[in-house]
Ligand binder design. Sequence first.
Ligand SMILES: [Zn+2]
Ligand SMILES: [Zn+2]
Length: 385
Amino acid sequence: MVPGVVHNISLIINKSSDISHPNPTKGKFRSAYLQMSSAAIPKFQTAAWIDTPGPNTKPYLRYDIPIPTPSNGEVLVKLDCTGVCHSDVHAILGETKRMAVHIGGHEGVGKVISLGPLVPSSFLNTRVGVKWLYSSCLSCEVCAVNYIHCPNQSNSGRNVPGTFQQYVVAPAKFVTQIPDELESSKAAPLLCAGLTVFGAIKKAGLKPGEWMVIMGAGGGLGHLGVQIARKMALRVIAVGSGEKKRTLCTKLGAELFLDYRVDDVERVVKDLTNGYGAHAVICATGNDAAYAQALQLVRIMGTVVCVGLSQSTLTVSPLQVAIRGLKIVGSTVGTEEDMDELLRMAVAGDVVPEVEVFELERLHDVVQRIADGTIVGKAVMNLSF
Ligand SMILES: [Zn+2]
Ligand SMILES: [Zn+2]
């Protein structure tokens, strides 16, 4: 016990609790600090390494990556698995020019095996998720409103090493406790894809019985969005392509699946909605044509939620936005409260991620398949070896 250190912990708690502390387990910070022995932890680990992001980049395995030591407030997590997000694919292929580290990934699930100073012992051996939002400053004016938009934030796989590796350190305040009932491979896709689409659906603010179109419905975000929207008693029209995605979306409760390659999506959506269009359109794909179509599918006073990442420009005239009273909003990840609510939905069986598990050495194939849109549901990389 170090009195000075304990005093600092209480300062952190008091300061953070004023601005909606992101971690519901914050009470655990009141426990004594304990530095665990790391004698049993090896020195090196395996990671999927990306030399330089770009269209021809091929991630490859490296076996000489040092296992980091957790600093103040951090935990060391031995990962079971990690999801692969479409934004990882954009980053690896150099499309978003945001990747400043060599190890991507931000949907990791694993066990806490070592604690840095200031972390309570109750964290040890718990199973946690490491997410895109690695940390926020919790002290700026944006954080005072909503820390997920903090301009000083760090992100796993963007500016701190991500989860395409066996071991990762992360701030204890920002990891998510994973319920015992959930398998790691089913929890991983909820940490970004699930949380993001959950936040987006909430931002649409619809009432039960209203129409929601989900573009990119059979993909990583979309197939979770269909389930979440159905749980909220929304009427879901899924838009995607291919028979596998049609089968999945219909099974998950979409009232209708429209294949944008063959169906007249706009006509069918208008026919179904008395000619008005949907109350909200969630664009869960970064496809530019989907964004253009989303603006045609939404009704007067409706909401388009931008979720799928695209670098190009959304083309809509201010005249259209004004005359039709449209709302165009953005959404990225969600709060820790959203995360817990979503995990509870998963435990209850209301949201079940469809996953395909791959060995880490296949990351390159997985990246290509996600880019091609041929993964149904979510790809998860196994890290427990
Ligand atoms: Zn993501
Ligand atoms: Zn901040």
